[in-house]
Design a binder for this molecule. Sequence first.
Ligand SMILES: NC(=O)c1ccc[n+]([C@@H]2O[C@H](COP(=O)([O-])OP(=O)(O)OC[C@H]3O[C@@H](n4cnc5c(N)ncnc54)[C@H](OP(=O)(O)O)[C@@H]3O)[C@@H](O)[C@H]2O)c1
Length: 265
Amino acid sequence: MSPGSPEDAAWRAILDRVPGRTGAKSGNVSPAGAGSQSGIESLWQIYLPLASCETLAIAQLGQTLDGYIATRTGHSRYVTGPEDIRHLHRLRALVDAVVVGAGTIAADDPLLTVRKVVGPSPVRVILDPSGRVDPRARVFRNAEARTLWLRSARRAPSVPAPPSVETVALEEREEDGFAPADILRLLAERGLPRVLIEGGGITVSRFLAAGVLDRLHVTVAPVVLGSGRASLTLPPVDRLDQALRPRCRYFPLGNDMLFDLDLRP
Ligand SMILES: NC(=O)c1ccc[n+]([C@@H]2O[C@H](COP(=O)([O-])OP(=O)(O)OC[C@H]3O[C@@H](n4cnc5c(N)ncnc54)[C@H](OP(=O)(O)O)[C@@H]3O)[C@@H](O)[C@H]2O)c1
């Protein structure tokens, strides 16, 4: 997306719709092809519904055709193509906070900043009840965005947080750890009401099972792994009429297909 192109202008106009934002001033741009009319229409269709709401809980996953987000060793770069990576950076630019599980930090050591499009980087939130994440992880050392390290209120930290990182103690109220609704409430109380749950599969599944997501973006790549780390896993059901069948829109992203699921009642 070249600076000054119609697509770039459309993206900046979408960013300007985000409540409390005055314009797209931060971030770097990766040059890409010039914008087409259909590309601009897709931008509006995908991102406008996300830009204008005061509160938002959206999750995303990029998966193979057979439902994996990484190999069994955790290697995941990359399941989906460059268009989906740019889509992920757009989602980050539209939210106040990006949430990932400890498994993703351990496997990927991601930065979680916005680099592929224009836009501000969100606050990074790491779900790490036992404090197993290496304090030398890049999210803790990189100063481009704030980082919150969510730890269990019941377990004393064995390792002190790096000085730039805010450690937040949260009650583990469920067998599976923090209640997703508690996480969203804690972030809203800190002025972060628009949240992206970026992964991995365990983390997104817990938010989905808790029924607190407004939207889920699943991008499916024409790739078959046959084994690996699962995308979504939910408590088992016996009958197909018990399956989730949310309202859905479809958008091609290069060779992949984005399923935009609307989970609101
Ligand atoms: N393709 C994609 O879109 C995508 C996106 C992100 C990551 N990934 C890949 O996914 C893999 C990691 O995914 P994963 O499913 O194995 O792990 P994950 O979701 O990244 O992390 C799971 C861990 O995070 C903590 N956690 C998550 N939700 C919690 C909650 N509600 N309360 C308390 N703790 C919570 C727990 O840590 P404890 O175990 O310490 O309790 C949990 O075991 C990596 O290979 C990564 O590369 C792929």
